[in-house]
Design a protein around this ligand. Sequence first.
Ligand SMILES: [Zn+2]
Length: 250
Amino acid sequence: MQHLAVQELTEHLILPFGAVDIDGSFDNGIITHEYGHGVSNRLTGGPNNSNCLNNGEQAGEGWSDWLAIMFTQEAGDAGADARGVGTFALGEPNNGPGIRRYPYSTDMGINPETYGLLAQSSEVHDVGEVWCTVLWDLNWALRDLSGFDPDWINGTSGNNITMALVMEGMKLQPCGPGFLDGRDAILLADDNLYGGIHKCLIWDVFARRGMGYLADQGSANTAGDETEDFSIPPFCQIPVAPPVLNFLQT
Ligand SMILES: [Zn+2]
């Protein structure tokens, strides 16, 4: 049904001389993105403050892109799929590059973005791309672990867990958060909501994109002064099996 509606809209919006003028207001991802700004601005920094995402390393554009691709994911999708934002408005297929530097994908050959990329551009959408990338990876790590449920109200699958963690993280993070503040808030959300059972999965996901155990945020007011790191904390490293103490058995 959705695809038929898109096709109908596209047909209606074809202008004379073959030009196509597709209004971005018909692009579900764009609308979700814009409403997403209301969500992240409202939740960050407590219930009485909607002015907490003005710092240089804030990830508002990232949450907005992430909400857009979260709510349009489907059961048959794969994490490595390329997911562009703004593709409909550009007349591209869903796997087109869209309006970002890279489409979102867990495949680092398709989307190679890591924390260190903030040093190349402090433009707000460029900053947000990196944040959305790691949150999208988190969704797929949890989908791989706990599956997918299209029921956003009652579902308890991986996508539902991801949504709960990220939404709760927004509420827990401080005013003017940097990326590592956001990561730590998601870890705290996991403690609060799930007893911390996803802790090492979360660390794995963030470490893969340079927000690992020894990463340094620098100033949350600045995008570009970060130090990326790809390590996981010692408590998440698989313990080496103790040597079999044969001599005790003799
Ligand atoms: Zn935006």
